[in-house]
Design a protein around this ligand. Structure first.
Ligand SMILES: [Zn+2]
Length: 129
């Protein structure tokens, strides 16, 4: 684990998730990183390449066919961030299936904060992921 931390520090500010030698900016980590892109693909959210974050959110929301877009977009990055930190600080390799299970668990854990009228459709959607 110490070796992994040392390696991380030696690599500077590059993204730990994809290890493509790209600086880990917010834009990269949450929108263009190949690892996070796989997570968004699983969720059925597609980010356009141009524009600012508001343009990206607006375009992706219009294309997302369910009424709980913001809930997904709030929890998705949280799970990406946790996966990034698990790799950076604990040396835990990113894994799509593990990430998906963590995402489902997080969403279900936040159902109490989401309109009850959406619970059935969210659970149905989560079961289909
Ligand atoms: Zn990356």
């Amino acid at each position: 684990m110490l070796r992994r931390r040392r390696k991380f520090l030696e690599e500077g500010y590059n993204c730990a998730l994809c290890q493509d030698g790209v600086e880990e900016t917010i834009e990269h980590l949450f929108f263009s990183c190949s690892t996070s892109s796989c997570r968004w693909l699983v969720l059925g959210i597609f980010w356009n390449d141009g524009g600012n974050i508001f343009d990206k959110l607006s375009t992706a929301k219009q294309a997302f066919p369910f009424p709980f877009f913001m809930e997904v977009v709030m929890i998705g990055p949280w799970c990406i961030w946790k996966e990034r930190n698990a790799l950076t600080f604990n040396g835990k390799a990113p894994n799509l299936a593990t990430w998906k299970n963590d995402f489902k668990k997080e969403v279900r854990g936040h159902l109490c904060r989401i309109k009850s009228s959406l619970h059935d459709s969210i659970n149905f959607w989560l079961d289909a992921l």
